[in-house]
Design a protein around this ligand. Structure first.
Ligand SMILES: C[S@@+](CC[C@H](N)C(=O)[O-])C[C@H]1O[C@@H](n2cnc3c(N)ncnc32)[C@H](O)[C@@H]1O
Length: 171
């Protein structure tokens, strides 16, 4: 099987993602409407407008929703097919085609909010560790990372995870 890193590098995959998986009214679109509320709640805990990173930004679903409410907004994705679609739906985000687990094009930069949506479920265990290892170095002390593990299980607390450096804040 193709390594997960290279799973979204065909135009047909990018097109399917936007026009079938996230077609308005699809199951995934319905879940996305619910996920937006989680993002809003998490962002309300951040004291100021955060520096934001969307890892595996894909076609721009998350970053285009968040970008207007942050100080600066950066998306990274290894796939040029996915990221070129993202380019058309963001208006104030920096988008980088890169795999920061291999070559850190964000060296020295720190973020207060990091999102990783729909990346971990199908990643190999080694890739998951590499992503977490890389991103944990980029999250500010009071920062928040939001990631999801979408699956076929019904909505419940185990299908979403929030990580904070500050354990006193509510989850
Ligand atoms: C299922 S898509 C999710 C896109 C977006 N986060 C969303 O939820 O709509 C997964 C994305 O992760 C990207 N990806 C996978 N491994 C990556 C890596 N090592 N570095 C950067 N992007 C990666 C893929 O290219 C793909 O665009």
């Amino acid at each position: 099987m193709k390594p997960y890193r290279f799973s979204h590098q065909r135009e047909i995959v990018a097109d399917r993602y936007d026009n079938i998986v996230y077609k308005i009214g699809s199951y995934d679109d319905l879940v996305w409407q619910w996920e937006k509320g989680i993002i809003d709640v998490e962002m309300s805990f951040l004291s100021s407008r955060p520096r934001y990173l969307d890892f595996g930004c894909g076609t721009g679903r998350i970053i285009s929703y968040v970008e207007d409410n942050v100080q600066e907004s950066t998306g990274v994705d290894i796939s040029s097919e996915m990221i070129s679609r993202a380019q058309s739906c963001v208006h104030r985000s920096e988008l980088l085609r890169a795999d920061i687990t291999v070559k850190d094009v964000l060296v020295g930069r720190i973020f207060d909010l990091i999102t990783v949506f729909r990346v971990f479920l199908n990643s190999e265990p080694e890739l998951r560790k590499e992503i977490m290892g890389t991103l944990s170095q980029k999250l500010s002390r009071e920062g928040v990372m939001i990631f999801n593990i979408p699956g076929n299980t019904p909505f419940d607390a185990s299908s979403r995870k929030h990580i904070r450096h500050n354990p006193k804040r509510p989850i």
